[in-house]
Ligand binder design. Sequence first.
Ligand code: NDP
Length: 308
Amino acid sequence: MSTAPTVGWIGLGLMGQPMALNVLRAGFPLVVHNRSRGAVATLVAAAPAEAWSPREVASRAEIVVTCLPGPAEVTEVYLGADGVLTATRPGMLLIDTSTIDPETHRRIARAAAERGADYLDAPVSGGTTGACEGTLTVMVGGRAEAVERARPLLQAFGRTIYHLGPVGSGAIAKLINNLMAAINLLGVCEGLVLAAKAGLDLDLFCRVIADSSGASRSFDGAAPAILARDFRPGFMIDLMHKDVTLALDLARQVGVRTLAGALAQQVLQEARNAGLGRHSTAAHPAGAERRGDGPAPRLAPVGRGGPG
Ligand code: NDP
């Protein structure tokens, strides 16, 4: 008989599904819910119970974890008419792993506190590979006691757990991380397009860069996918655009100039306008091609690429 607390998991997308599976493998009884049902069916086949609403998840669990696209979905799932907060009891622990803004986290944390529950923001980095392998970096904001209570659960999908400060601190670190990754990625994509159009053998060029100062984690993630013309997400352009936009909002709030970030946001918007929003972030240069500099991109249906 398991003594681990029952975990309610909401959001079974590219990240949430493998993270939830790792939580299940670590021995936590799991109750799952997702907006569309396909992902639930896949996971329920691996044993956990299914719930039909965020409210039902909360009523059947001691800890609730969410992994959702953005602030609107997180707000609805916690504060909506059928949301987690409607069934939150004193002593519960609520953890959001989505990448969203700090203010939304603070609002939900206040509502949770009114019901005697703890709330942590715990966004993650490491992409779908890290989610599958349980090696994510977790950036946590919240009360130290709640972080310690959450630690065994967070370790089911995270290799390194950083406590950055009060609720919202994890989100601030994560948004800045993704701003930096998006700026790096812009450099990678510009460099590869330039190398190809200037006549270099792109495979050879990538081997040179891997051994040179132009390399980065963004390069390591995106270059193989770009070489293979393989833009299945991974991490979608729509989500990176959301993160960069939230990071720029944060910069505006604290009065910091983010020139390179604004440029990255515009290029991501161009890729979205070209219909590439649901492709991997490595599809950037293909978006540039679609604006008229070359043929429409060939989007191969295999593989993964780009940072996240
Ligand atoms: P996905 O879009 O693949 O997954 C989001 C999931 O949330 C979907 O399964 C979606 O269901 C579900 N969902 C949306 N709204 C609701 C709702 N109201 N109720 C219940 N379920 C809902 O995104 P990812 O998994 O890629 O990303 C999740 C979060 O993690 C994002 O905030 C992202 O920025 C962040 N992240 C992503 C990384 C990556 O590499 N992909 C890396 C690090 C962080 P439906 O099937 O109906 O769409």
